[in-house]
Design a protein around this ligand. Structure first.
Ligand code: C5P
Length: 223
């Protein structure tokens, strides 16, 4: 690994959407581009960390020096994260689908003339961030989540930090064109309080977050 403040550290990052199959040809998805998570993985690797990036389906190339595990569904994403543990820190930037189709059809659902559309009952997906942040011997020392909000951004992020059990929340103001866009306006919510960051390119948000993570785990500290 290259030298740097995160040399010897293993960082786990999730990114992108998940695809939840309906049948062999259809799925439920969302508009996440994966850009912010990929930029974070790249920034952590640039600081010397060994990085495992668990990525949903995106159109982005593997960041240099990062081990990418490509998955489709939320359940596959959780399993890949658990395989990647132990990690010194985890950053959950993925836009995981909250729900999956309860029973994936083994064949393409047929449109039958004169028949109503098929019902599509949903099931709750696992919460990867909350699972990684749950107390236990394999909990990464620092667990960072994201929160996309359009209003009461910081208040909701504080509540999310408590509910999910994570250490930090990067709260995104998504009232503009953040989803798929190049820039991001975020607030870093920690135990100590809230920092408002200026509107920055996603790569600058990633670099800033990576250096904050490096500062939170000084070299030489036990993992
Ligand atoms: O409350 P919400 O689900 O929007 O919180 C978003 C945060 O939780 C993000 O960090 C996201 O990566 C994570 N998350 C997750 N697994 C889920 C849902 C959200 O890891 N099933």
């Amino acid at each position: 690994a290259p030298p740097g403040p995160l040399a010897g550290r293993h960082l786990l990052v999730t990114a992108g959407p998940t695809h939840e199959p309906i049948d062999p040809v259809r799925y439920i998805a969302n508009r996440s581009s994966g850009r912010q998570g990929y930029a974070i993985a790249a920034a952590l690797a640039a600081l010397g960390a060994r990085v495992t990036l668990v990525s949903g389906p995106v159109g982005l190339p593997d960041p240099p020096g990062v081990a990418v595990r490509r998955v489709e569904t939320a359940r596959e994403m959780l399993a890949a994260c658990e395989v990647a543990l132990p990690a010194d820190a985890a950053v959950c930037a993925a836009a995981v689908a909250d729900w999956r189709v309860a029973r994936e059809a083994g064949h393409k659902l047929k449109k039958v003339p004169g028949q109503p559309p098929p019902p599509l009952p949903l099931a709750l997906n696992p919460d990867i961030l909350a699972t990684l942040a749950a107390p236990g011997p394999r909990r990464p020392r620092l667990v960072v989540g994201f929160a996309a909000e359009t209003e009461h951004v910081v208040e909701h992020a504080r509540e999310k930090r408590a509910r999910k059990g994570c250490d930090w929340i990067v709260a995104n103001d998504v009232s503009g064109d953040v989803m798929g866009g190049e820039e991001n306006t975020v607030h870093l919510v920690t135990e100590a309080g809230v920092e408002d960051w200026p509107r920055l390119h996603k790569s600058a948000v990633a670099e800033r977050l990576a250096s904050r993570i490096a500062a939170a785990m000084p070299p030489g500290m036990a993992g």
